[in-house]
Ligand binder design. Structure first.
Ligand code: PLP
Length: 411
């Protein structure tokens, strides 16, 4: 989207506001599917938690994507968006057996990452096929070396527990139809990912009724110039070859599945804020915007970098600013950033605001969550209204302290 299109959105819908470009989402989806052209059965399941607006889900539905969900609420959101149960995979962590049973009841593919739950589920529902989440204990080291780690991660069933898992499967007579891994770390080095996939293939060989292998996600997108990006095309070539070889030896054309969030939506999103004040202190110039970590928490939560651009004055002289919010906590979006000269009421755009931004927003400081807009076919479509005071108050229950009886209770 151009600066003037973004300014037009801020003008029309007010600030702060999230804007998503459907064209970018579509091109990322196509880039991923093209990279795996050599695989006969490919399934992309968009990770709903990255950006869970129902219109975004509907867009993914039209692209032919499935969805990856982590809560029964996300499952229901997916169904409401028009996904069929068989297009949904439920990959929770630490949820109750009954939540997993609810998802299975709806006909959704379930993915279990805990031996205790697997045994209970298999005993009660031996006829429901289950996918298992494996922890291959592989992660990329800081210097891109292969290091074995995540041994104490809460995610997945350790590869060292496969014998135990196989006993549960045998005893319960349940069917394992899928095998899955999602290490959660960024794929910086493709060879590390391929190494983990080898472990997954070896494990897969121990299960005779597989329909699919799910390689999770971890595709890295650039957040600033110079950032390493996962080379999807190279990964696609290499993994496809290995996958096709595996299917041959396994004796069945399996489905290769992925469940990316960030890769599909991060770069499509821009967060627009307005500058309330420019504050010069003895050492720093602060640009104070009409937002905070209540709307975009990634910089404070993970130390993530989001490029910040002054779209109101893109040709202005560059100066150094520390961009902060209006929350009564330290809520620094960016420290000492070189930005085109900022004046009060300018609109600042935060890049890469598609993934884990709105979906992590809160009402802290009793502020409203922002509006969301989808830029589609060169037009702005409001896909979530800005909250109002009613949203802040509607579930709160007031105690009537003036009531005599209550008064006595308080005493
Ligand atoms: C969050 C999550 C994803 C998506 O991860 P990204 O880094 O956004 O691509 C995929 N699978 C599972 C199980 C997840 O929890």
């Amino acid at each position: 989207m151009t600066n003037s299109q973004l300014l037009q959105v801020a003008e029309e819908f007010g600030s702060p506001v999230y804007v998503y470009d459907s064209e970018k989402i579509t091109s990322q989806y196509n880039r991923l599917t093209n990279a795996f052209n050599d695989v006969k059965h490919l399934k992309i399941n968009y990770a709903v938690k990255a950006l869970s607006n129902i219109s975004i889900l509907k867009l993914f539905n039209t692209l032919g994507s499935g969805i990856d969900t982590v809560s029964i609420q996300e499952v229901n959101l997916g169904l409401a968006a028009g996904f069929k149960p068989e297009q949904i995979i439920f990959t929770p962590n630490g949820v109750s057996l009954s939540e997993i049973e609810q998802a299975a009841q709806l006909g959704v593919q379930i993915n279990i990452d805990n031996l205790s739950i697997l045994e209970q589920f298999g005993t009660k529902h031996p006829n429901v096929p289950v996918c298992i989440r494996i922890n291959p204990h592989v992660m990329a080291g800081g210097n891109a070396n292969i290091s074995v780690g995540h041994i104490d991660s809460k995610f997945g069933i350790s590869i060292h527990q496969i014998p135990h898992l196989l006993r549960i499967v045998e005893n319960t007579k349940m069917t394992i139809n899928g095998i899955h891994m999602h290490t959660g770390s960024d794929i910086l080095d493709i060879d590390v990912f391929l190494y983990a996939s080898e472990i997954l293939f070896e494990t897969a060989n121990q299960f005779k009724n597989l329909d699919f292998i799910d390689f999770g996600s971890g595709f890295k997108v650039p957040y600033k110039t110079g950032d390493i990006e996962t080379n999807i095309e190279e990964l696609g070539k290499k993994l496809s070859t290995k996958f096709n070889e595996f299917c041959k030896s396994y004796g069945k054309e399996l489905t290769l599945a992925f469940e990316p969030g960030k890769f599909l939506v991060s770069e499509a999103g821009t967060f627009l804020t307005k500058v309330n004040a420019v504050k010069q202190t003895t050492s720093t110039v602060f640009a104070q915007v009409d937002s905070g970590f209540n709307h975009l928490i990634r910089p404070m939560f993970y130390g993530s970098h989001h490029d910040i651009i002054n779209i109101s004055n893109p040709k202005g002289r560059e100066r150094f600013y520390t961009v902060v919010g209006y929350i009564c906590e330290t809520d620094t979006f960016g420290n000492n950033r070189r930005i085109n000269e900022i004046n009060e009421n300018d609109v600042l755009a935060f890049k890469n605001a598609g993934a884990y931004c709105f979906s992590m927003a809160s009402n802290y400081n009793s502020r409203y969550r922002p509006a969301e807009v989808l830029w589609h076919n060169k037009k702005a479509h409001l896909i979530r209204k800005r909250e109002t005071f009613d949203d802040i108050i509607k579930n709160q229950v007031e105690v009537n302290f003036s009531n005599k009886k209550e008064k006595e209770l308080v005493k």
